[in-house]
Design a protein around this ligand. Structure first.
Ligand SMILES: [Zn+2]
Length: 204
């Protein structure tokens, strides 16, 4: 939080800073939401609703409701089937997290890991490929028991960052056990398997 305040110090937009200051950090900063939003920021949700209303906003209110209802009613089975297909193909986690883990595994290959505990719970992970030649390689403390990494991605997003992947690879631990169960297809299917009732067409 102190770092964020320091970063904002140089901002000339004082009214914006004041406006943010009227709200609690968990309401607008992902790193303070304690995992309740899992990557869904309010602005993304507003954009999602906007996408639904974009083609219907010129219509009367009852027609807008019908359009939203129809879109959701047909979206549910379509998305549900997509999840089932992925489960049938042997996948356990949602595609977004699977892709992120592939990228993390790739990055983890170029990291050095030192084991700090006999029970394989704490590590220091050093990036050997630095992003800029004038910056020394960074190192991060990883704590598997408390599910934390100094980069903060692990505790913020609730799936392993590249440093955690590197640490697990070093001691042959299955890294998938550190992916939160909200990212399993089984859990997301619980949302999409809901069904909407078929309503009579009132215009006929
Ligand atoms: Zn990390």
């Amino acid at each position: 939080m102190t770092r964020l305040e320091n970063d904002m110090e140089g901002q000339t937009n004082i009214s914006f800073r004041k406006w943010l200051g009227t709200m609690e950090p968990w309401q607008w900063a992902q790193s303070f939401d304690e995992g309740f939003r899992y990557g869904q920021m309010t602005t993304n949700l507003v954009d999602g609703i906007n996408a639904v209303l974009l083609k219907t906003r010129h219509l009367p209110i009852p027609s807008i409701f019908s359009a939203i209802f129809y879109r959701l009613a047909t979206l549910m089975p379509r998305m549900g089937q997509q999840q089932v297909n992925q489960m049938d193909a042997g996948h356990m986690f949602v595609e977004y997290v699977r892709d992120a883990m592939v990228a993390n595994r790739q990055m983890a290959r170029s990291m050095n890991v030192e084991i700090y505990s006999r029970r394989n719970e704490t590590f220091r992970v050093t990036e050997t490929i630095d992003r800029r030649p004038d910056i020394p390689p960074r190192s991060y403390g990883v704590d598997l028991r408390n599910r934390q990494c100094d980069c903060r991605r692990f505790q913020t997003l609730h799936y392993p960052c590249a440093h955690v992947v590197a640490a697990c690879a070093k001691v042959s631990l299955n890294v998938d056990q550190f992916i939160d169960e909200v990212y399993t297809l089984e859990r997301t299917l619980r949302v999409w398997e809901n069904e909407f009732p078929v309503l009579p067409d009132l215009s006929t």
